[in-house]
Design a protein around this ligand. Structure first.
Ligand SMILES: *Cc1c(COP(=O)(O)O)cnc(C)c1O
Length: 380
């Protein structure tokens, strides 16, 4: 097996930076020299450019993706005890803000092939107390938004898209129209955490909406509930994207489509190399969405996951388990409504998933080394 020159990482942010270093360095220095660190022109320019990229009326930048979810839930006027339905197989942030606001997180299972929220399960979970649904476009592919929006209309519910892992993904509706992930529901929330598909060099996040009134509220709540300086109409938070991050994001946004293409090349390689093995299930692709492959996640069938990880680690190949523990079995979210066995798909996924390195800087030699190493263990 051919050894590879560069240390393999889940995400190689240094190699990515090196390719755009002159632009990034100049943009960062420019902000420092201008001293417009907060709400400067870079933030406004990034906001406008992201609005144009997404085809959405309003982008409201904020400090991180978790804040984005929280601020949206505050702005929609959800009250303690209101039920918010979300997927049991997700990153904790989604359920965290629901619980933090005194709302009631109602969990539903996901589909085994795509990891996305199960629409039939959502329908069954709706009660008179339900106020909102939070689909998570997990790993970079959109949930079935047409069916979800139809359910939401029928029951008069808000839909908040958690698109932290799917920025730039295109959803194709049954009307044939393509819309960007996060612009279909009442609001979308994203994260610019460094390892996300559009990552800054620190923390950052944004909310999207086409609703003018909601946009005004989001802006106000993110800024201490302030309508005019020192006039506070509601209780808010302090959640800002800083200008240095915005300047970096403006540059990286111009490369986002290329980054998605690079990730897709990696995914295609993995699909081809690993797709025919009965012990490995490669991620399912759907018709209603393209995939931006925030993660490339295998499901193992009759393979000892820890031993495979150790085998890969010994060869200098990192791997990750997204996510090892279902939300309803996390100590912080134990709830008398739920017990082990309630979300069988999520529970099976947590026991069998393994994510391989995927980023914008992987070449074929490295990919061959990774897939050969996986197969060497799986086929032994
Ligand atoms: C990363 C992520 C978040 C939170 O974003 P932060 O910027 O880290 O707060 C929320 N939801 C999902 C699905 C994520 O992957």
């Amino acid at each position: 097996m051919e050894q590879v020159a560069r240390k393999i990482q889940m995400v190689d942010l240094v190699a990515q930076y090196e390719k755009i270093q002159p632009e990034i360095d100049a943009a960062v220095l420019n902000v420092i020299r201008s001293a417009a660190f907060i709400n400067g022109p870079e933030v406004k320019a990034f906001q406008a450019e992201l609005e144009a990229f997404l085809g959405v009326k309003h982008v409201i930048p904020c400090a991180n993706g978790t804040d984005a979810l929280q601020i949206v839930m505050m702005a929609l006027g959800l009250k303690p005890g209101d039920e918010v339905i979300t997927a049991s197989f997700t990153y904790v942030a989604t359920a965290e803000v629901i619980a933090l606001l005194g709302l009631s997180p109602v969990l539903v299972d996901v589909y085994p092939g795509t990891f996305d929220i199960n629409i039939e399960a959502v329908e069954k979970a709706i009660t008179p107390k339900t106020k909102a649904i939070v689909p998570v476009h997990l790993f970079g592919q959109c949930a079935d938004m047409d069916r979800l929006m139809a359910l939401a209309r029928k029951h008069n519910l808000f839909v908040i898209e958690d698109t932290a892992q799917a920025i730039g993904a295109d959803y194709t509706g049954s009307d044939g129209v393509k819309r960007k992930a996060g612009t279909i529901g009442h609001a979308g929330c994203t994260s610019f955490f460094p390892s996300k598909n559009l990552g800054c060099y620190g923390d950052g996040g944004a909310m999207y909406t086409n609703d003018d009134e909601l946009a005004k509220k989001l802006r106000m709540i993110a800024n201490h509930g302030q309508s005019v300086q020192y006039v506070h109409d509601s209780i808010g938070v302090n959640s800002r994207l800083d200008s240095i991050q915005a300047a970096i994001l403006r540059i990286k946004l111009r490369h986002l489509n290329d980054y998605a293409a690079a990730r897709n090349k990696v995914a295609d390689y993995y699909d081809k190399a690993l797709g025919n093995n009965p012990k490995l299930k490669t991620p399912e692709r759907v018709k209603h969405s393209n995939h931006v492959f925030h993660q490339y996640t295998l499901q193992l069938n009759g393979v000892d996951r820890q031993q495979l990880r150790d085998h890969l680690q010994a060869k200098g190949i990192p791997s990750m388990i997204y996510y090892p523990i279902p939300l309803h079995m996390q100590k912080a979210y134990l709830d008398p409504r739920y017990k082990a066995g309630d979300f069988p798909v999520t529970e099976a996924l947590c026991a069998s998933v393994l994510s391989l390195p995927i980023h914008t800087e992987l070449d074929e030699t490295t990919l061959k080394y990774i897939t050969d190493s996986v197969l060497e263990f799986v086929n032994k």
